[in-house]
Design a protein around this ligand. Sequence first.
Ligand SMILES: *Cc1c(COP(=O)(O)O)cnc(C)c1O
Length: 405
Amino acid sequence: MLKLPIYLDNNSTTPMDPRVLEAMTPYFLEDYGNAASRNHPFGWKAEEAVDYAREQVAKLIGADPKEIIFTSGATEGDNLGIKGVFEMYAQKGNHIITATTEHKAVLDTCKHLEKIGGEVTYLEVNAEGLIDLAELEAAIKPNTILISIMYANNEIGVINPVQEIGAIAKKHGVLFFTDAVQAVGKIPVNVIKDGIDIMAFTAHKMYGPKGVGALYVRRKNPRVKVTAQMDGGGHERGMRSGTLNVPGIVGFGKACELCMQDMEADTKRISKMRDKLETALMLLEEAYINGSTKHRLPHVTNISFKHVEGEGLLMGFNKNIALSSGSACTSASLEPSYVLKALGLGDDLAHSSLRFGLGRFTNDEQIDYTVKAISDTVIKLREMSPLWEMYKEGIDLNSIEWAHH
Ligand SMILES: *Cc1c(COP(=O)(O)O)cnc(C)c1O
């Protein structure tokens, strides 16, 4: 039996894999020691578990375990990575290059730094959602210390040319930070091959628990350091104080191991469902895929259904399908998604978009239900829409003055 609602919002968070929960359980009730307690077996056991998880996490991204700093998630990782470099390399310069389609955790961190003497260049993206590499290189100045470009975008799934960005950064002696939340565990990420110096990622977007993440900080070629953003006991090589979230870290490690083990099979199965969903929905009139379909995560598609409001669509199928719309991405505001607007979409197309994020626990039956529910709802809403009627009569809707809300 098909269980409703169907979860297709895996870019927001993923359900935890039961195998992850199983690995975590003993660390709540039996092995509850503080990993920093050196004097008794409770502490030793916790430390041992953290060490093992650190290896599992490092292995997934081709890093050394010593290069993994555990955090509370990627928001903290983005803050620690960017602010930490800004402070540590203040002697060298104050200029950061990023892009307009970054996650808020990066953009708001950069905005904060602008208020305290930082200089930030926000690169625009093309209609595919990609930055121009020549523009990136041209933006580098003598005072540039950091390039911060995400690995893959959370709204459209577009994958940036990370290796090329890494090479440009290296050529100019600038550090390369990447928010890799959406990529790690889903596609092969290797910090050496990709030329990444600092990288934030998080467990709850890869079938692990919420509230735990990691910051990769390169230890050689070059040796990178970030200034701690929290003062305290000097955990995590002095870069992140605070008692370690042992059960969370154990779960994160297990989640990484499972992603590594299942990546190929998961990708094959999930991308097949994504393609089936996309192909079926593109049979609808005036449906548009947002962002590059060539450089894209295997489990994501973002589609605009012209003249239908995304929020209205969600209501149309009684919220039986958990999805994100381009209207409601930034908190409670009804502003259209700034990512879609950066691709050059008008307010109307941005408002009419839905983001489909498939995952490890998505199945064919759910996809079939989704195709039917969305197709029926789009057709029904358009039948009631004066805009659609005008469009069908051949009236140029661009010639009409719209009142904005
Ligand atoms: C979810 C997300 C974050 C925030 O991660 P948390 O662990 O929830 O703080 C940062 N960047 C991107 C791209 C994300 O998708």
